[in-house]
Design a protein around this ligand. Structure first.
Ligand code: FES
Length: 103
């Protein structure tokens, strides 16, 4: 298996205990995971993977998505944002919507 060019990690709010507890999961981030996986399949995007991750310690900005390895962090994720992120990936660009700037 080749390394993905874009690995989207969607916060699932998991704590070290395995418990799902936090802002992102309360805002339906688990459904976003399914949505993103379906979109990647429907669009037949090679080199794009989607996984759930534990709490990213940015809870007030959740649901949070990381585009790895580029290191782009997105806040307040929705299905519409996922569409925009995937559109940008298809266009070879960086999605600017809800991008958390380095400050
Ligand atoms: S629960 Fe998602 S960043 Fe903390």
């Amino acid at each position: 298996m080749n390394k993905p060019e874009h690995h989207l990690f969607i916060c699932g709010s998991a704590r070290a205990s395995g418990e799902l507890k936090g802002v992102c999961c309360n805002k339906e981030s688990i459904n976003l995971l399914s949505y993103a996986q379906g979109e990647v399949q429907d669009r037949m995007l090679n080199g794009v993977e989607v996984s759930m991750t534990g709490c990213l310690n940015m809870c007030t900005r959740g649901p949070v998505i990381i585009d790895y390895p580029a290191g782009h962090f997105y806040e307040k994720a929705t299905e519409e944002l996922i569409d925009e992120i995937l559109d940008s990936i298809e266009d070879g660009e960086v999605c600017k919507t809800n991008l958390i700037s380095e400050d």
